[in-house]
Design a protein around this ligand. Structure first.
Ligand code: ASP
Length: 333
């Protein structure tokens, strides 16, 4: 079957790509459904057999892990029903987290491609139509099969584990930190010359009730980390610490982190959002070696928000510390 005959479902979640001015209210907000997005792209129907589905109409900031869990169940069902590729359109603010969650939860080989827009449809140079067209091309392409969840923005194709929103507003906002995109689109060609190693899959939880609350705390100069002490009282069951550089915190945070790590998984990421946490270079109190010896788990190449998604889903699936640590290591290649 040619790629133009593939059944591709465009599932809309909202975001800037679907935003429009609101009557009597300032600013744009999610308004357009999946049909409207598809109709705004000339020739899209010629690239595949496009089907549409409006799943949510939210800004990226309003999405939750339970929403993504429901979406993962829905996509699994679509594949079971014969859909050959899925495009998810959503707010770019949280694409790196939703791509990560879907990547962990969906075992199928069929492509799942997440995209969005940095400029709303009414702005000059709106990027939504080009991003959606590229996402459809990728979702219909054999080259995208078995690659896990991919993100297409600005003619580039990113792997879920590396992709970051690295600029607040430009159409070139998305980058694969420390790695580079796995591919690109040019004319109507999809190029994915790079493959990934170390896929990690987490059992799809049956419902959202089991999703573990995981806090994300960022180290900052001079902060004594008093927030850490309050986390168990707030019901958190896991913590990701976005440490300085390769995974460092101030000395005054060390005892609190040690106590937390006795009770729950505590993952150490880098607040730089690029590169991997170290394991054996620095030796001062609060260094990566010190913290790992106290039971923290290195996040490897995952940015702190993505490390949090993995921790929450793995805990929900009942994974213990060793399996959680192995997952971060595997995703790091
Ligand atoms: N600026 C965001 C976007 O690009 C807003 C959102 O995430 O909904 O879609």
């Amino acid at each position: 079957m040619s790629e133009g005959d593939r059944r591709i479902r465009v599932v809309a979640l909202g975001g800037t790509i679907a935003m429009a001015a609101q009557d009597g209210r300032a600013g744009v907000a999610p308004a357009l459904d999946a049909d409207a997005l598809v109709h705004a792209v000339p020739g899209l129907q010629g690239l595949a057999r496009i089907e549409t589905e409006s799943f949510a109409r939210l800004p990226g900031a309003h999405l939750t892990l339970p929403d993504l869990l429901r979406l993962a169940h829905r996509i699994k069902q679509l594949f079971d029903d014969g859909v050959e590729g899925v495009v998810v359109t959503q707010g770019t603010d949280t694409i790196e987290e939703s791509a990560m969650a879907l990547d962990l939860l969906l075992a199928a080989d069929q492509p799942v491609v997440v995209t969005g827009a940095m400029r709303d449809p009414a702005q000059p140079g709106a990027d939504g139509p080009a991003n959606l067209r590229n996402a459809v091309l990728v979702a219909a392409s054999d080259r995208a099969r078995g690659m896990g969840v991919l993100v297409t923005m600005n003619d580039e194709i990113h792997a879920a584990r590396f992709v970051r929103k690295a600029h607040a507003s430009r159409p070139s906002a998305f980058a694969s930190a420390g790695a580079g995109p796995v591919g690109w689109t040019a004319e109507e060609r999809v190029r994915i010359p790079l493959r990934l190693s170390g896929r990690v899959l987490v059992e799809l939880p049956p419902d959202a009730k089991t999703i573990a609350p995981v806090a994300l705390v960022t180290a900052a100069l001079g902060d004594d980390g008093r927030l850490l002490r309050t986390l168990p009282g707030h019901g958190y069951e896991g913590v990701v610490v976005a440490g300085f550089g390769v995974g460092h915190v101030a000395e005054c945070m060390v005892e609190d982190l040690t106590a937390l790590a006795r009770d729950m998984p505590v993952v150490l990421a880098s607040r730089t959002g690029s590169g991997e946490t170290f394991t054996g270079t620095y030796g001062f109190p609060g260094s990566e070696q010190d913290l790992l010896a106290r039971g923290l788990i290195p996040a490897g190449v995952l940015a702190a928000p993505q490390a949090r998604v993995l921790l929450a889903l793995a805990m929900s699936a009942g994974w213990r510390r060793t399996s959680i640590a192995a997952a971060y290591d595997a995703l790091s290649g």
